[in-house]
Design a binder for this molecule. Sequence first.
Ligand code: BJW
Ligand code: ZN
Length: 249
Amino acid sequence: MKNNIEKVVDKLLTAKFVVVFTGAGVSAESGVPTFRDKDGLWQKLKPEELASFDAFMRNPDLVTEWYSHRRKIMTQVQPNPGHYAIAEMESLFEQFAVVTQNVDNLHRRAGSRRVYELHGNIERNYCIKCKKYHELKDIFPDKAIRCECGGLIRPDVVWFGEMLPEDQYQESIVCATSCDILFSVGTSAVVYPAAYIPIYAKRSGAFLVEINMNFTEISDIADVVLIGKSGEILPKIVEEFKKQKTRIA
Ligand code: BJW
Ligand code: ZN
């Protein structure tokens, strides 16, 4: 009897296009808090009080301070073995893509090149009036800041009620509907339309693998569910894949 990792590796051995869809859990072992877990960002503060344009306009100081705090954390953390395993996978298949809901830039920092960011990137900021981008490197304001034109500066992330970046979303759908295997890693899969990605993949005939500490909204439709830390499971999959690949060659 094959164990679940061996089943996944078997599928990978014939896969031409592999997609990894990620959420906050993939960065948890780097020290970036998730949103909805026990110690998540939203245990104390409600999402709609912070992650919406209305919330920003109602209290720009609070929202700016919250994003400064998170941006600071992200400058202090490093990619973990899960990010590095995903980056290595890019060189092992004919086609490979990362579709992420994360805004922390850790996939690129780990070496991934084909990355679609569905919810933006916290390192970028722009003026809500003239749309000019502002480099806030090493600046972590605790109050709202304004552009030369007088407009408020906001993070380039996607808040509730906002559209996802059209190009990133469309490319992600193409990946989901044409890949052979899709890994859904460290996401509760409750936020739409991003959560359609694993669903579209499954409906298009891809083999769906979930890696998470817990069962989620999409566990029922997954072909294999691997319960555990992504920073431990992903490197095991990559190692086993390389071993099998050299055995066959
Ligand atoms: C581990 C681990 C380890 C922990 N290893 N695993 C259809 C139905 C219902 C509602 C809607 C719908 N369509 C749209 C909506 C509304 C809304 C929505 O989805 N609401 C639901 C919550 C009900 N969606 C939107 O508003 C979206 N826009 C939109 O639809 O536009 C069209 C429109 C426009 C105008 C009017 C109407 C429609 C936009 C959504 C934007 C979400 N933005 C956020 C904030 C980004 C900025 C920021 O970072 O501050 O994105 S919300 C937050 O959730 C963030 C995340 O990317 C996203 C997903 O969270 P994620 O990554 O899954 O994290 P967690 O914490 O939930 O889960 C972590 C998981 O990791 C857990 O499962 C753990 O077990 C696991 N884990 N450690 C492996 N070591
Ligand atoms: Zn401006």
